[in-house]
Each structure stands twice: as C-alpha cells, then as structure tokens.
Design a protein around this ligand. Structure first.
Ligand SMILES: Nc1nc(O)c(N)c(N[C@@H]2O[C@H](COP(=O)(O)O)[C@@H](O)[C@H]2O)n1
Length: 395
C-alpha cells in the first residue's frame, strides 16, 4: 500500500508530467518525484522532449548523491530498454533508490519490464497508484491518455474538434463560417493544436475554407514546432495553390496511393431535410464531386475511398501519436463511423443559424438505438463560448 506521502508525491508527479504535453510526442508525458524515508521531497523531474532524458533521470540528476535510499514515485513504469536514451531501471539501481512507486505499467514491448527488473534486484515496487489520474490527468485532458491509447491501439489518438452554433451548424447556408466562435475560443484551439503532432481534414474543408492549419501564438506568429497536416483526398482535388500546401508546415495529401483505398457499397439515405444536408438529393446522398457517395467507414467522393484504418496505421508508423481532426462534417462522420474518434472537443457559440451544414454528417447512424453516446469530461466557458470535452463510450 502506498502511504500518504507517496500518494501526494504521485499527484505532484502527474502535475509535472503535464508540463511536457506540448513537447514530448511521440513519447509519453512522465513525471517523477524522489522522496526520502520521511516522505520529504528530495527532487523532481519530468520528461521534456523525445530524445531527451526521461523523467526519472531528470529527478536523479537533480538529487545527485541524495538519491540514495529514496523512493522514486513515477507516473509510468521505468523503461527497461536502450532507445534514444538508456534504461531508467538501471539508472534507478545505480543511484541506490530503495523503492519505486508506479502509476501505469509501460504497455510497449520494447520498453516494459522495468518493474520486474527492479523487483529482481530486490527493490520494493508498487504499481497502479493513482493509475486513473495519471492516465486521464488531474485536469481534463492533461494525463498520459493520448500516448497510452495510441500505443495500446497501435494508431494515433484522435481528437475531433469542431466549432458550431447552438443549433449545431458549422457554416451558414452560403458556406461562410468565419468566425462562429470568439477570439478566446480560437486561441484555445491553438493551444490544442500545439499539443498534437498531426492535423487531419477532408479535401472538402480545403476547398471550402482554404485553411492554413498551422499552430500560431497569440500574435498570429507560427510556432517553431508544427504538426503534420494531412488532407484526405482520394481524387487529388487539393488545388496547387491551396494554403495548406505552403511551406509553413509539413503536408501530406493522402490520395490513397500510399495508404490504399477501399471500395464501398453505395448507401442510400432517407430524403434529408434540405437545411441539414446540403448535398442531399432525392433520398440519395451525393459525394462532393456530385458522384454517388458510397457511405460507410471510408471517406471521399465516389466509390473509391481512403481506407481510414490504413491511414491511421501509416500515421502511427510515421510516429504520429495525436491526430486533431478539424473537419469537415463528412470526414468527421466517416471517422466516427470507423470508430476512430477518442475525444470530442466542441466549441459552442451562443448563436443560431437555422440553416447550413451540421458539425457531423453521415456517421452511419440511422436509428436512435444506435445513437453515439459520450461521457462529459469537462464543460467550461471560454470567452463568450462554451467548450465541451467528451469521451465516447465503448460501443
Ligand atoms: N518511465 C519513463 N519515463 C520517461 O520519462 C519516459 N520518456 C519513458 N518512455 C518510455 O521509453 C520509450 C522512449 O524511450 P527513448 O526516449 O527513445 O529513450 C517510450 O516509448 C516509453 O516506453 N518512460
């Protein structure tokens, strides 16, 4: 059983870990606190960036010779491998640490085994201490959930973000959409973008909005570290002069050539109400090109559509761990239907449009029994808008 001092130290380690949220990908966020036998904090450390020292090594360096005889309280099982840096299990042993308290086991084949190694060397090792808090965060979205989910599922964690009016519209009937939400909400989105390594949009969004999709500071200047911008575009319709092709950040136009496409059955839908489905026509849904749209998991106009699961696997292989899905409604629908959305962040403006596209279209849900239910994680006001953070329930 962890004692009170160790539990308090774990809370602090979780807070420390969160300092790395915008800098550690593709690595986890990890925090470490060293306690002396009285429960007094000797030193702290956190993982700052991939390739840099791990949290345990940072704490050991800060403690120096005072590390001997301490208890290391760490949010992720100490690694037991040589990757970009050496094994933390050996560093803890060499420093003379007596006990190790861990929140979450390392799920990777490569690095796990630290707890067993330390036990084999005679140390007391306790695991599972504040595991839920370490994974989910003390503040919503500030834990190691992104990395843990990505590694467990072998695909990037996907956050779907949208901004809409209270009646769920993401644009007006004429297609105009700037700006639905307040300047504060838009700044909040840039904080979110800074925490991801990939941004994904459908080509419809590129054609409609010509977005830049970079991370910018409060003055509008691009940050040094920019996520990879990915456009799902099976029909190669991203214009040559689209802003997303600019040099501000890396871009991948995913046409299917590298990812693969799948053939999908044609889905007919009930005659839509004109306001809710601008492309709807006489009961058969049309693709963005006007060709019959083949619904289902894939996305794109016509029958040849991007294999979204393959796209996620490819992104994972490129070391992408956190995808921010930024639009549009059909892309979001395809991702939801594919079971590829792990978190939803909605910015809702206290305004109404009454017509125009909805945030989510054609997610393969036709009856209320199949409604996509989510758990509310956090609701707060941002500027003049409301931000809702929700997590899908397992289906
Ligand atoms: N326990 C622990 N503390 C940290 O601070 C960490 N960054 C990790 N990461 C684990 O080690 C792998 C990365 O190792 P390199 O940075 O390449 O040396 C990472 O995949 C985790 O399993 N663990």
């Amino acid at each position: 059983m962890a004692n009170e001092a160790e539990i308090q130290a774990m809370r602090q380690a979780i807070r420390l870990a969160a300092r790395g949220l915008a800098t550690t990908l593709p690595n986890p966020v990890v925090g470490c606190v060293l306690l002396d036998p009285d429960g007094t904090v000797v030193a702290e450390g956190w993982h700052e960036q991939a390739g840099g020292p791990h949290a345990e090594v940072m704490a050991l360096r800060a403690a120096g010779s005072r590390a001997r005889g301490t208890t290391a309280v760490v949010t992720l099982e100490p690694c037991n491998h040589t990757g970009r840096t050496g094994p933390c299990s050996e560093a803890l042993l060499a420093a003379g640490v007596q006990k190790v308290v861990v929140a979450v086991p390392d799920p990777t084949d490569a690095a796990s085994g630290g707890a067993a190694r330390l036990r084999a060397a005679g140390l007391e090792v306790e695991t599972g201490v504040l595991a839920e808090e370490a994974e989910r965060g003390l503040e919503p979205g500030e834990g190691n959930e992104v990395w843990l989910t990505a590694v467990r599922k072998q695909r990037p964690f996907v956050t779907w973000k949208f901004a809409a009016t209270l009646d769920g519209r993401v644009a007006a009937q004429d297609g105009t959409s700037q700006w639905i939400t307040s300047v504060e909400a838009r700044s909040d989105v840039h904080r979110l973008r800074a925490q991801v390594d990939t941004m994904l949009v459908g080509v419809g969004t590129v054609l409609a909005d010509d977005p830049l999709l970079t991370v910018r500071d409060a003055d509008g200047n691009p940050l040094a570290r920019q996520p990879l911008r990915v456009v799902a575009d099976t029909h190669n319709r991203t214009p040559a002069n689209a802003r997303i092709r600019g040099n501000d950040a890396p871009t991948w136009i995913a046409t299917g050539a590298e990812v693969g496409t799948i053939e999908s059955r044609l889905r007919t839908v009930a005659a839509p109400n004109a306001a809710g489905s601008p492309q709807g026509s006489g009961g058969q849904e049309l693709g963005t090109s006007g060709a019959p749209y083949a619904g289902g998991t894939p996305y794109g106009g016509g029958r040849r559509e991007l294999d979204l699961h393959a796209l996620m696997r490819q992104l994972y292989a490129r070391e992408c761990r956190h995808v921010l899905l930024e639009g549009g409604p059909r892309m979001a629908g395809a991702m939801v239907e594919a079971g590829l959305v792990d978190r939803v962040i909605a910015y809702l403006a206290p305004s109404l449009l009454g017509a125009g596209p909805n945030a989510l279209m054609d997610a393969g849900i036709t009856t209320i029994a199949d409604v996509w239910r989510l758990d509310l994680v956090d609701v707060r006001q941002v500027g003049g808008d409301v931000r809702v953070l929700a997590r899908p329930r397992a289906r």
